[in-house]
Write a protein that binds this ligand. Structure first.
Ligand SMILES: Nc1ncnc2c1ncn2[C@@H]1O[C@H](COP(=O)(O)OP(=O)(O)O)[C@@H](O)[C@H]1O
Ligand SMILES: [Mg+2]
Length: 267
């Protein structure tokens, strides 16, 4: 349902963020990408909704290669949850949830904020499903706690019932207890709908508790790919170990020589 085929990413400044990553996620899988800061997690997720274009390899959603030409078609099929929630905090909870339907609304409806009744009903139902009360509907998002805000973010992401959900460190701004609650909710909501989830995290414990599959990235390479039960303390230690000491304070070696990347693919 989601596939990465030998995907590489070298940014314009020469940073190699991903090196020949190949993954295939079947429908309904809850896959957690683990890795420390700079490992390439955000780059991997952003390739799926076209915010980053791989410099080699290919990403496909439901068999459709992600490209500028296919993005308009793919966007309604991809929900997104962000670390900083990315809500309009001055707007109401209802307006934020409804905005999840914008990819399929005619521009005039979006401009006038005239949402069809079925979408308004869906927003209300979703808010209830994520554990918010009817009285939250017309509150400003800024009045809610972080955990509640991410529940709004989840409801927005599910507005179009997308077959695929991307979540980039969705609980990194929340305390541990709330993080577990939000992840449990995300997993439950995705499970009920058969949604495929690609979620990045940096907490091993949360990945072990909620993932069907862990993909661990280090310096842009997959260093583990398997069930949580196989991701033991040694793997976790290796994932977060400091870069190997380099002589006389020289910068650590790059993950790979840049010249070994395939040339930029056009088209
Ligand atoms: N727009 C960019 N330009 C140049 N380098 C970038 C850019 N975005 C990310 N990087 C670099 O790519 C690597 C991977 O970054 P990122 O995907 O954000 O990792 P993570 O989300 O795991 O922290 C890092 O070395 C980061 O500095
Ligand atoms: Mg990131």
């Amino acid at each position: 349902m989601l596939s990465f085929e030998s995907v590489g990413m070298r940014y314009a400044n020469g940073t190699v963020a991903l090196d020949s990553v190949s993954l295939a996620l079947p429908r309904g899988q809850f896959c957690v990408v683990l890795g420390s800061s700079g490992a390439g997690k955000s780059t991997l997720l952003r390739m799926v909704n076209g915010l980053v274009r791989p410099t080699s390899g290919r990403v496909s959603v439901q068999g459709v290669p992600v490209s500028p030409a296919s993005l308009a078609r793919l966007r309604p099929r991809i929900g997104m949850v962000h670390q900083q929630f990315n809500l309009v905090t001055r707007a109401s909870v209802a307006a934020n949830v409804l905005s999840g339907a914008l990819p399929v609304l005619p521009a005039w409806r979006a401009l006038l904020m005239r949402y069809p009744r079925e979408l308004r009903e869906r927003a209300c139902a979703l808010l209830e499903e994520v554990g918010l009360q009817p009285e939250h509907l017309h509150r400003r998002v800024s009045e809610l706690s972080g955990g509640q805000q991410q529940r709004v973010g989840l409801a927005r992401a599910f507005m179009l019932n997308p077959p695929l959900l991307l979540a980039d460190e969705p609980v990194a701004s929340l305390d541990p207890r709330i993080s577990a609650q939000v992840l449990a909710l995300m997993r439950q909501q995705a499970g009920e709908r058969g949604t495929t989830v690609l979620c990045s995290l940096h907490q091993v414990e949360l990945a072990r508790a909620y993932a069907d599959r862990i993909v661990a990235l280090r310096h842009g390479r997959v260093m583990f790919d398997g069930p949580p039960a196989d991701f033991g303390p040694a793997a976790a230690a290796a994932l977060y170990a400091a870069a190997p000491a380099s002589p006389a304070g020289a910068p650590p070696a790059p993950a790979m020589p840049a010249h070994s990347l395939a040339p930029v693919e056009q088209g």
